[in-house]
Ligand binder design. Structure first.
Ligand SMILES: Cc1cc2nc3c(=O)[nH]c(=O)nc-3n(C[C@H](O)[C@H](O)[C@H](O)COP(=O)(O)OP(=O)(O)OC[C@H]3O[C@@H](n4cnc5c(N)ncnc54)[C@H](O)[C@@H]3O)c2cc1C
Length: 244
């Protein structure tokens, strides 16, 4: 409770992702039938081919592979930003079905995320006290609503803050992931989704290194796309992501 406990797990992904991408791409250019193509692909390492494909921007084959992540220890503020990405699938813990009553929590308060800046500003304890007050409001409203009918949690949750912790399963194909990393690994993205995106990137780089060789914020492969809003740290950022 009370501090960031970001946990990102790569749950499952399309087996042999680079071969699947190579299959989609080679089919576009070859007169061969599926089985011959498949044999050819399986007999040779596809890393170089996939690398070339992504650099060329031939992206539709990259959509054939998907990655599913389990994420916990993030705030509802963060998950709200995640789900703005539409080319993806999500399953998020429900605040209707999973209540936040005092009795359900060790320490008596719902789980929440404190932004590091709040702690740095000496406001960590103060922030926790405010969460405890919200917990009291939640319990009070939940009990009051209980006297009226059954749907107590679904309306008591209106009192919960953006800081409330959540859990979410995310599935994205590799093309969407490359886009997601471009905008969410950027220093201009909010810190929490940026930390999460970096963790996701680390995991997919292990699973499909060639597919994600140049993945990261927009400035990793080109001039910073942020214009006047640039963080001005392109060299440092590029170095960080290319050596990840
Ligand atoms: C730094 C930062 C600040 C932000 N600030 C705000 C803010 O103040 N307010 C706010 O509301 N949002 C904000 N956003 C969210 C942003 O506007 C997008 O909603 C979010 O990043 C999802 O990205 P997306 O729409 O590119 O892509 P996705 O939904 O991930 O889709 C991927 C791509 O598919 C294409 N696509 C998807 N759907 C459509 C469609 N319907 N029509 C055409 N093409 C489509 C687009 O090319 C899109 O880039 C911010 C995002 C960032 C990174």
């Amino acid at each position: 409770m009370g501090h960031t406990k970001l946990h990102v797990e790569l749950l499952r992904y399309t087996p042999r992702p680079e071969e699947v991408v190579a299959m989609g791409a080679k089919l576009c250019y070859s007169p061969a039938n599926i089985n011959d193509l498949k044999d050819g692909i399986e007999s040779k390492d596809q890393a170089g081919f996939v690398d070339k494909l992504v650099s060329m921007g031939h992206m539709s084959p990259v959509e054939h592979v998907s990655f599913s992540f389990g994420v916990e220890g993030i705030s509802r503020a963060c998950s709200h930003q995640i789900v703005r990405h539409r080319v993806a699938s999500y399953s998020q813990q429900s605040q209707r079905y999973v209540g936040e009553q005092t009795a359900k929590h060790e320490g008596g308060i719902f789980d929440f995320v404190i932004p590091p800046t709040v702690v740095d500003a000496g406001k960590g304890k103060w922030f926790e006290e405010k969460m405890a007050v919200i917990q009291e409001w939640y319990d009070e409203l939940n009990t009051a609503l209980g006297d009226l009918g059954e749907k107590t949690q679904e309306d008591a949750r209106f009192l919960l803050p953006n800081a409330a912790e959540t859990k979410i399963v995310i599935t994205m194909n590799a093309r969407e992931l490359l886009h997601f990393f471009r905008v969410r690994c950027c220093n201009r993205a909010q810190w929490e989704i940026r930390f999460m995106a970096e963790e996701m990137l680390r995991k997919v780089k292990e699973a499909a290194p060639k597919l994600f060789t140049n993945a990261g914020p927009g400035c990793v492969n080109a001039k910073c796309p942020e214009g006047k809003m640039t963080c001005g740290k392109q060299d440092e950022v590029r170095e960080k992501f290319l050596s990840m």
